[in-house]
Design a protein around this ligand. Sequence first.
Ligand code: C5P
Length: 218
Amino acid sequence: TSAPVITIDGPSGTGKGTIAALLAERLGWHLLDSGALYRTLALAARRADVDLDDDAALGALAERIEVVPDGERVWLDGEDVSAPIRTAQAGADASRVAVHRSVRAALLDWQRAAARPPGLIADGRDMGSQVFPAAVLKVFLDASPEERAMRRYKQLKDKGLDANLPNLIQELRVRDARDRERSESPLQVPSGGVVVDSTELTIDEVLAQVVSLAQQAL
Ligand code: C5P
């Protein structure tokens, strides 16, 4: 496609999703939350009793279901699954199904179809390295594990949910390790990527940096 793409990759808890949504709004571009697609496939697998470690069965399931990302919402066979895919379980399941080659291949088409004029902001783990290697700007958003766990903790508390910081740090370590060490599209700084470390920055400060990078790139 000819629509310009800006990718925002990085580990979970760095504020990628928030920054991607704000940048899309600022530029008037489309938004793709690729993690939501992995979460949706994981949810579909749980519901259909498909083994989360069965590469072939997951690939077949991905071909059979209709998943439509729509900004910050996702539709699974016509059902809005935006809420059920946000549980910690769906996140952990997503990171399990994401190691499979057949899954990543099936999701490639769904993701590339989102690149439409006037442009797309895509956030995930391999947006710059695998899905949109020709992106006009590739941001890699990072932050220390402690800071990321703390942000998640506050988010949950703000929603009135139960949260345990040591457990959150542990879950984040497991997910990080799986994302960085897998052989299929591991989480890494893409070639040509610009690292932005948000550990000491507010959302507004990160957004200002990313907007300025976008202005230089466009
Ligand atoms: O970003 P989010 O936490 O929603 O992603 C859930 C999981 O989906 C990640 O931990 C990762 O394993 C997987 N994922 C991926 N590639 C992407 C986006 C997400 O492997 N582009």
